[in-house]
Design a protein around this ligand. Sequence first.
Ligand code: AMP
Ligand code: FE
Ligand code: FE
Ligand code: ZN
Length: 285
Amino acid sequence: MRIDLHSHSSVSDGTDSPALLMGVAAAAGLDVVALTDHDTTAGWAAAEAARPAGLTVVPGMELSCRWFPRDSPPISVHLLAYLFDPQHPAFAAERVRLREERLNRGERIVAALAADGHPVAWERIVERSEGGVVGRPHIARALVEAGVVESVDHAFATLLHHRSPYYASKADTDVLDGIRLVRAAGGVPVFAHGLATKRGRVVGDDAVAAMTAAGLLGLEVDHPDHTPDQRAYLRALADGLGLIRTGSSDYHGTNKTTPIAACTTEPDQYEALLAAGTGVAVLAD
Ligand code: AMP
Ligand code: FE
Ligand code: FE
Ligand code: ZN
């Protein structure tokens, strides 16, 4: 069994439509793929409609969250959520709030860029974010098209870097609240790429302990942004806390160079995840 539990489609910041993503997953030899777009379930229906026979799809999402350390500024963390009830009112309302927050913040970044002589069309960016989930990758592509930067990577390394003067933050969900919402909706919360230092500051073991106390059920261990040492560390941490260990590619189509199935989840860990999720069923034959 080949299982990839983290992928993005064009309803958030991937480049493949949910339907195309199903074909890409099957062609890569995956038996199971999770669709985990940022802050939206908008791709679930199209993925279900296009799912090829033999491929199991785990409905999921990646929730934008923050951890609040006692004596330093908040740290951005991503929470994967699987098999939750998409209709759960409080959780659905929080996703709406996050998407509005993304629109406000994206518009602020674009306005700051334009004021400094790097104009990109905000309307086009919104138009192209099919599910209304605007992220820096959309702005990055617009900057490439406008000839301001040579690549999406270059945009992230310069104008859109979290330490760039053009960067604007957004009021993401307190991760402890996020975990409680996912559980309330019958879902399985998994801490995504927890030690990926290339993305910015990462949290300490105290945060993972607090998250576990709030109901966290898993850690993403094998991820392309983790070094072998970081994976070994997370594996031991998960085992010590009794958490599920996942592995995944975090595929984003051509917005990133990582191919689908670059990292995978062990079957027994996948079974444990399935057993814990009660909000919605997997899509399977
Ligand atoms: P945002 O959520 O709008 O702050 O944008 C962050 C998203 O950008 C992350 O979810 C990543 O998927 C994506 N990202 C981060 N670094 C890069 C990069 N170098 N190239 C393309 N996408 C990236
Ligand atoms: Fe992303
Ligand atoms: Fe992420
Ligand atoms: Zn992701």
